[in-house]
Structure formats: C-alpha cells, structure tokens
Design a protein around this ligand. Structure first.
Ligand SMILES: Nc1ncnc2c1ncn2[C@@H]1O[C@H](COP(=O)(O)OP(=O)(O)OP(=O)(O)O)[C@@H](O)[C@H]1O
Ligand SMILES: [Mg+2]
Length: 459
C-alpha cells in the first residue's frame, strides 16, 4: 500500500473543536460534507488514565465498559442484561451451551432454562486462531502454513471485538440488521478448557464443599468465565442462500421486494463500512413471513393475491458472523475477500432513497464519524492485545470506506458500482501548530488510494 503516493490532506481541525481557519484543505471529492464539520478533542489520545479527566464521556464510558460489561455482565441495555441473566441461570441449572458443529471455531448456542436458544456465544480463546480452538484443521493451518491461511489484513484473535463492533456500527447508524452483540463473560462445562483449568476447578469445588464456612465464603468455585461475543439469537431465520435460490424462481410481490432491497442495502452499507472480509451468503440470514391471508390464497389456489387488499409477506435480514471485519489495511495479498452479495442481481439496483435518507446525513457528518471511531476505541481498547497504532490503521480503512460510500450514495450508484470504486484510506495525523505561544494540536485527515491489488482480483 502506498501511503505517500497520492496522499493529500483532507481537512484540518483544531483539538478544541474550532475549524482551523484558512488552513482548511477540503477533500476534492467531498468538500461540502467535511468542510462544515467541527471535531472535538480526541478521546483516544496518548494520555495515561491518570491524566484523563475524571468527568466526561470517555471516563464514564470506560468505567461502565470495563468494570460492568466485561466482568459482571451488566449492561446499560436492560433487555440484553435480561438475556444474559437467563443464560447464566440456565447454565446454573445444567442447561449448558451447545457447540455449533458446522462452525470453523468454538461457537455455542446458548439457551434459557426451557431449552430455547437465546444467543450465540463465541469465546475469544476458541476463535479460529485462539489457543483453545476445538477444531484441529485450524490448528494445523496455524502450525504448518501460517502464511497461506488466516487474513493478513486482520488483527488475529480479535474476532469477538469485530462481532461486537459490527453491532455497535449497526446500532449507531440505526440499521438494525445485526442481532445485538456485546462482549460478555460466560463459563460452561461444554466450553473447551485446558486440563489444568478443569483440575483447578475440581480442586476448588472439593475445597469449598469440604470447608463451606471458611473457604466456601471466599473462593469462587467453578470453571473460569470466558471472554467472548454474545449475539442474541434470531428466531425463524434461514441462511440467505436458501431464500435467494427460491427468489430466483419465485419472485417477491412488489412491496415486499422493495422492502427486501432496502434491508439488503442496509447489509451492504454495514459490510462496506466495516470492510467485512467474510460475507458469504451463509453468513447472513433471511426471514420470510407469509401473512395468513397469503397462505389461504395459495392453499385455495386462487391465483396471485391482490396485494392492495392483502397484507404482503414480510421479509427481514440478519447480518450474523461479523468476526472477520475491521481490517487494518485493505486486502492486498493473494485473496481479495470479496463481498459475495455483489454477485447478486439485487446488487445491480441503485441505492434507494430510503437508504440515502437514513445513512447519508450521518456518514457525511465528520462529527458523527469521529464519534463512531471513539465508540469503537472504547470497545476495542479492552482487549489485552490492543495496539493503538493498529487501531488507528483500522479506523483509516473505515473512514476511507465511509468516504466512498458517501460518494456512492450521492451519485446514486449501485452496490456493485460501490465495490468497484478504488479503495481509499483516510489517515488521521496529529500535527502541532508551529506557533509556541498558541500551541495547539490539530487532527489532520489525509486520504490516499491503494495501488497494490490482491493477486486474485474479481469483478
Ligand atoms: N444470531 C443468530 N441467530 C440465529 N442463528 C444463528 C445466529 N448466529 C449464528 N446462527 C446459526 O449458526 C450458524 C453458525 O454461525 P456462525 O456462522 O456465526 O458461526 P461460525 O462458528 O463463525 O461459523 P463459520 O466460521 O463456519 O462461519 C449459522 O449458519 C446460523 O445458522
Ligand atoms: Mg458462518
């Protein structure tokens, strides 16, 4: 990737939240949106936690995130907290999470007491390249030929953050296509633990049962909770592949088709922004709900119903399996990791007005984009392997994707045309003002195009 070649300043902002007067250099492709934005001081600065202000958004978010979310499984969201509590209660009474065998890593269907599935839990240490991945094929890849497998544009073993990050972007943009996903800690006998962890749990159990009044009061028995992503389970959905095949022979009624296009384009926007490298048609789900009237019409063989009088069928899209997104560079090695939806006939339709109305005002506002990257920072920095410079690079890709998407929506392009646009990164650099007396730091954004392409290119 060439950073110098083609690099140009996008815009300058002062950290206090004022535009940097005459130094502003608007980006040629999108001057209007960026030149009106005012960006406040960065929350992901270099200050240590002691130097950070006690009050304010950054601090309070961090507290609620690290202390509550990661350790105690309490969230600002009562509905999600309720789901996690029922999962914990079910585990306590022996309704244990069940491994999803088709997956390439350790993923589990989590149930509530009655055995109904309520979520999908993916522990960090059982991810494809996590040290406790139960699938031996991935272990062989990692050991025998590390350069040929895995995605060299992704930070390894942070899939659980990518899952939660996708949900964050989805919520922030109001797309509502990702089932709510957060970082959670859960323990279950059905998870993959080391022999040492199991032996430790057994001896703790023995000791606490033997001395309930002393050790029992202080030592927490049981297997150690695992950190991972928990996604709420969506009922009645099937793999998109299944429905897409059906749609080829059985087209949808016009209103349902319009709604499907809107939902499909929401998925496209999400994937494009987070640069998902794993959106096959098995990684998104569709729910097709026929109304009873339609069933009766079909059963009675009365021909095609009149949709003016009968409620048309409903269709919903769910974007699952978002663990391989947020690359720190665009794919440039031997695989392109295309968006598989780009081959669908729906991808040739231009972006509909509803999608532009929903997304454009947000992504063309530099404050919104800044806010989004700060929220992602608060989430991603909780990982013990967090690397700030890699995070900055992830956000440079994300900003570049947002820039292209903004342009595509303005030009009424189609998703297919969107993926054919040259990829760009928008880097954020901190520059100190030369004048010592008015020492101010600027956040400068520079855009550059990628010149190196993956070996196997596509469309
Ligand atoms: N939130 C969800 N609601 C309902 N079903 C789900 C959900 N998440 C996953 N599933 C089901 O579980 C299957 C496996 O999920 P997922 O693809 O996320 O797991 P995975 O272990 O990452 O698999 P792989 O690596 O093979 O893609 C999906 O194909 C889908 O049928
Ligand atoms: Mg999958």
């Amino acid at each position: 990737m060439s950073k110098d070649n083609g690099g140009r300043p996008l815009i300058d902002f002062v950290s206090e939240g004022r535009l940097n007067g005459p130094d502003v250099v608007p980006y040629h492709a999108d001057p209007a949106s960026y030149s009106t934005a005012i960006v406040g001081g960065s929350h992901y600065d270099n200050r240590t936690s002691e130097q950070r202000p006690l009050l304010g958004r950054s601090r309070s978010r961090m507290d609620s995130h690290s202390d509550s979310e990661h350790q105690g499984n309490h969230f600002d969201d009562p509905e999600f907290t309720g789901i996690i509590h029922s999962a914990e209660q079910a585990i306590d009474v022996g309704i244990l999470p069940e491994r999803i065998y088709q997956g390439s890593s350790g993923s589990y269907f989590v149930k509530e007491k009655e055995g109904k599935k309520i979520g999908v839990f993916k522990p960090k240490d059982e991810e494809p390249y996590g040290h406790l991945n139960p699938k031996w094929t991935k272990w062989c890849h990692k050991i025998c030929c590390p350069c040929c497998f895995g995605r060299n544009c992704l930070i390894p073993n942070q899939g659980y953050l990518s899952e939660a990050g996708a949900s964050l972007v989805d919520q922030k943009l109001g797309l509502n296509v990702v089932p709510k996903t957060k970082v959670v800690r859960l323990a279950s006998d059905t998870f993959n633990y080391t022999a040492f962890d199991r032996a430790k749990a057994r001896s703790k159990k023995f000791a606490t049962e033997r001395f309930p009044d002393t050790l029992g009061k202080h030592v927490k028995a049981g297997l150690p909770p695992k950190l991972g992503s928990f996604q709420s389970f969506v009922d009645g959905y099937k793999d998109a592949e299944f429905h897409l095949r059906k749609l080829e022979v059985e087209p949808l009624p016009a209103t349902t088709n319009k709604d499907f296009l809107f939902q499909f384009q929401k998925l496209v926007c999400l994937d494009y922004i987070i640069r998902n490298t794993d959106r096959g048609n098995d990684n998104w789900l569709i729910k097709y709900e026929k109304t009873p009237e339609v069933d009766r019409q079909v059963e009675g063989e009365e021909g095609t119903p009149d949709w003016d009088y009968v409620d048309p069928p409903k269709i919903y899209v769910a974007a699952i399996d978002n663990g391989l997104a947020f690359p720190f560079k665009h794919p440039d090695s031997w695989r392109a990791y295309p968006f598989h939806w780009a081959w669908l006939m729906q991808a040739k339709e231009p972006f509909v007005d509803e999608i532009s109305e929903l997304i454009l005002p947000q992504i063309s506002d530099m404050n919104f984009v800044q806010d989004l990257t700060e929220d992602l920072y608060l989430l991603f920095r909780e990982d013990k392997g967090f690397d700030k410079s890699l995070f900055e690079r992830q956000m440079s890709v994300l900003r570049g994707q947002i820039l292209n998407l903004t342009q595509a929506l303005r030009d009424k392009k189609s998703p297919l045309q969107l993926v054919q646009m040259p990829v760009v990164i928008v880097e954020r650099r901190k520059v100190e003002a030369g004048d010592r007396s008015r020492s101010q730091s600027h956040a400068q954004f520079t855009q550059s195009f990628q010149h190196r392409s993956p070996f196997f290119s596509w469309c």
